[in-house]
Design a binder for this molecule. Structure first.
Ligand code: ADP
Ligand code: AMP
Length: 223
């Protein structure tokens, strides 16, 4: 891998997908979102999709070996050579260790982890108001980021839908699983010196500016 390996972390609804898509475009990186990859496999009913489905429906994590296999395959695709922004991965300690091993094999390492910090009380409203494009996975919000025409994606004209795991009940489970299994990773990346915290509760444009600023500052510090 020639380019950077960035990670966007944060609880469900923090804005990982929104920001990762913008940063990927801006910096010319491949946007790799494990949630999107699982949903696509579920629509196509591939073996991976059938394996992932019961976990995704319950708001629980797909087993590490399956998830690591998926990411390993994705990072070996030609477009990943220019650099990658990982969104929603790693989510467990085992996945973080697996990623380090995989990157070491490829002669790469994690460059930066952007942790989007959003007050917990905001997350439920963000997720239950989220609308996602079936075609290009762009995300909207009924109040905070509405599409120009209800139900239609501004970017590609695709149909917008509400994810079945964005119901209050499943969101509660996802937040619980996040705090048990993923929140400890923030400390791990902080200890290794790659973590930068960005306040994720401004407007989407403000958050993008802040993310790009910290990434550029990190780049300058290395030069
Ligand atoms: P994640 O990928 O972390 O689960 P998303 O990027 O899908 O989060 O965002 C979750 C919801 O919150 C979406 O409906 C999105 O439009 C909305 N959203 C994202 N960023 C912001 C923000 N800064 N302020 C308000 N709403 C936001
Ligand atoms: P997301 O689109 O990131 O909200 O992810 C949706 C769902 O996909 C999660 O609730 C999990 O069921 C599954 N998933 C996504 N990424 C991972 C991961 N890194 N490890 C395990 N399960 C994942």
């Amino acid at each position: 891998m020639r380019g950077k390996l960035l990670i966007v972390m944060g609880p469900p609804g923090a804005g990982k997908g929104t920001q990762a898509q913008r940063v990927a475009e801006r910096l010319g990186l491949a946007h790799v979102a494990t949630g999107d990859l699982f949903r696509e496999a579920m629509v196509r009913q591939t073996k991976l999709g059938r394996q992932a489905e019961p976990y995704v429906k319950r708001g629980e994590y797909v087993p590490d070996q399956i998830t690591l296999g998926l990411v390993c395959e994705r990072l070996r695709q030609p477009d990943a050579r220019a650099g990658v922004i990982l969104d929603g991965f790693p989510r467990t300690l085992e996945q973080a260790r697996g990623l380090d091993a995989l990157l070491a094999e490829m002669g790469a390492a994690v460059d930066r982890v952007v942790y989007l910090d959003v007050p917990e009380e905001e997350l439920m409203g963000r997720l239950t108001g989220r609308w996602t494009c079936r075609n290009c996975q762009a995300v909207y919000h009924v109040l905070y980021n509405p599409p120009k025409q209800p139900g239609v994606c501004d970017a590609c004209g695709g149909e917008l839908y509400q994810r079945p795991d964005d119901t209050p009940e499943v969101v509660r489970r996802r937040l619980e699983v996040y705090s048990q299994q993923t929140a400890p990773l923030v400390d791990r990346y902080r200890a290794s010196g790659v973590l930068v915290r960005v306040a994720g509760d401004g407007s989407p444009d403000e958050v993008t500016r802040a993310v790009l600023d910290v990434l550029e500052a990190g780049q300058r510090a290395k030069e």
